[in-house]
Ligand binder design. Structure first.
Ligand code: ZN
Length: 134
């Protein structure tokens, strides 16, 4: 893992959360992006070298809707940037971590992403992400 890339926070209402986090962080979100395949709309803040990603569900089958139903709003995942996501997935698998995604999928912010199951990572949902480049 190269570095902590962003922290994902599950929110019920994106507008309200953007207002709250703008006030808290003293900066405005720099973009919104929908990931239709995941049923989420995201909003990104830059805080130093780390981003904050707010995630709101766009339908009731969204993983974010299910997460909030179970655990409420709040910390959802930590995302680490990696150099070669397929390689990292293979390595993590070999090391005994449980993969949610065996293959990388398309995420927000021009990235290929894959998640590790929190059962195998101390109850922290971990995302690995690789920039798609141009
Ligand atoms: Zn993320």
């Amino acid at each position: 893992m190269k570095k902590l890339e962003h922290i994902g926070i599950a929110v019920q209402n994106l507008e309200e959360a953007e207002t709250l986090f703008s006030k808290l962080l003293g900066t405005m979100p720099y973009k919104r992006e929908e990931v239709a395949s995941e049923g989420v709309i995201t909003s990104f803040f830059n805080v130093g070298n780390v981003k904050i990603e707010l995630l709101a569900a766009t339908n009731e089958n969204s993983p974010i809707a299910k997460f909030i139903e179970k655990k409420g709003e709040g910390l959802h995942h930590l995302a680490f940037e990696v150099e070669h996501i397929e390689e990292e997935l293979h390595n993590k698998d070999q090391l005994g971590f449980q993969l949610i995604n065996k293959e990388p999928k398309t995420g927000a912010d021009n990235k290929r992403i894959a998640f590790l199951h929190p059962k195998s990572t101390g109850n922290v949902l971990v995302e690995m992400c690789q920039d798609k480049g141009e």
